[in-house]
Design a protein around this ligand. Structure first.
Ligand SMILES: [Zn+2]
Length: 229
């Protein structure tokens, strides 16, 4: 039986050799980024000036070509085939010092919620798909304690001031939630202006959360900091 399984796996490997999810170059392990793409995509660093009321913001990748393309497939084409590649990226940075620093003292995680209509349309919350298993392995539960109180248009084409106006008061907590003394981690797929996470953090802090940090799959701090990437 074991022999047959190995034979089957070898056949699959031969017929569908693992390829880099970004450029389709052949790689050793399935869903692995190739040597050329990895340094362009991975960027595990803290935002040097986290916007209040956020205490810390850590990203895993830059919101550029590779990572951006994968996330757009998931969000806008509802293509779940990219999820294993995103999870692999997350797993590969799991033991980094920055990740330990971020998760230290965190009590639980919260996904940025989708509005009911968007959830129905897409069928899943992409943030839960990306982070769910990973958080479970870190012994952190993912609690859906936030809700989106009104549907908002897709934000990617809007500027910071417009986003702030649209998102102000767009989130609320489930009834009876008390977060006094808790340290909460918001997980988000894309962190650009930070407006969404800031609005979520306001609600969490109003409920008593002592600390609210963010783990973003992709972010473009380089732009925010005016640095040349
Ligand atoms: Zn590649």
């Amino acid at each position: 039986m074991k022999f047959l399984l190995e034979l089957w796996q070898a056949a699959i490997y031969f017929l569908f050799p693992p390829r880099c999810p970004n450029c389709r170059e052949m790689v050793d392990e399935r869903y692995q980024l190739c040597a050329a793409c990895e340094p362009k995509i991975l960027r595990v660093d803290f935002y040097s000036r986290p916007p209040a009321p956020l205490d810390k913001v850590l990203r895993v990748t830059r919101y550029r070509e590779g990572s951006r393309a994968l996330l757009h497939k998931l969000k806008f084409d509802n293509n779940l085939n990219v999820v294993p590649a995103l999870k692999k990226i997350l797993n590969d940075v799991s033991s980094r010092e920055e990740v330990s620093e971020l998760l230290k003292g965190v009590d639980f995680a919260v996904p940025v919620p989708l509005h009911q209509e968007r959830l129905k349309e897409r069928g899943f919350n992409q943030t839960e798909k990306i982070f769910g298993d990973w958080l479970a392995r870190k012994n952190l539960s993912l609690k859906n304690i936030l809700v989106r109180t009104h549907a908002t248009p897709k934000l990617f084409s809007l500027g910071k001031a417009e986003r702030e106006k649209i998102l102000s008061g767009a989130f609320a907590a489930a009834e009876g939630v008390d977060l006094r003394g808790q340290s909460v981690l918001i997980v988000d797929d894309i962190f650009t202006t930070g407006t969404t996470c800031k609005e979520c953090a306001k609600v969490l802090k109003d409920l008593g959360a002592e600390k609210v940090s963010v783990l973003a799959f992709a972010a473009d701090f380089d732009d925010n900091l005016g640095k040349q990437a």
